[in-house]
Design a protein around this ligand. Structure first.
Ligand SMILES: [Zn+2]
Length: 163
């Protein structure tokens, strides 16, 4: 997979915070530090996946094809269906996971944001050498929600301050 312009990613269009944009930028431009990249730089001995140890840990393997990630995306899909999102794009599809859900019929912003948080969860779990799970994803989602709420509350305080 070659590099794509950052604006061609649905994932990139839905986020405003710099950490998440930086994360998606690294995925799209193949500069995320996975074992495949780190071994080329002689920073780790093996290019193999931290989770399964079977295949080279490229971004595609880490986020799409690794068995632990596949199981995780199934959990995310079930969780979304439980909340009534039935017209769900395929969350086993490489393009959907890597670039975002261009064909989301409804909840475009929400679903693409969830895919981004899910990818951050996978990468976080890789760094901790644990399998990604719905519980960890929900903790990330809650933290993301709280981080977004605080600036909104401050903005409201500024508006309500008599001037
Ligand atoms: Zn793997």
């Amino acid at each position: 997979m070659k590099c794509f312009p950052i604006l061609s990613s649905a994932s990139f269009q839905v986020t405003l915070d710099m950490y998440t944009r930086d994360f998606q930028y690294k995925i799209l431009n193949r500069i995320l530090f996975t074992n495949a990249k780190l071994s080329k730089l002689k920073l780790v001995e093996s290019p193999l996946c931290t989770s399964c140890g079977k295949d080279e840990e490229t971004p595609e393997h880490l986020f799409v094809f690794c068995q632990s990630s596949r199981a995780f995306w199934k959990e995310i899909s079930s969780w979304l269906r439980k909340w009534g999102i039935d017209m769900l794009p395929d969350l086993t599809d490489q393009v959907n996971i890597m670039f975002g859900l261009f064909d989301a019929k409804s909840h475009f912003m929400l679903l693409n944001h969830i895919v981004l948080i899910a990818k951050q969860t996978i990468f976080f779990c890789r760094q901790k050498s644990i399998a990604p799970s719905l519980i960890i994803f929900l903790a990330h989602l809650k933290k993301d929600f709280q981080n977004r709420r605080i600036p909104c509350q401050r903005k409201e305080q500024i508006k309500s301050t008599p001037g």
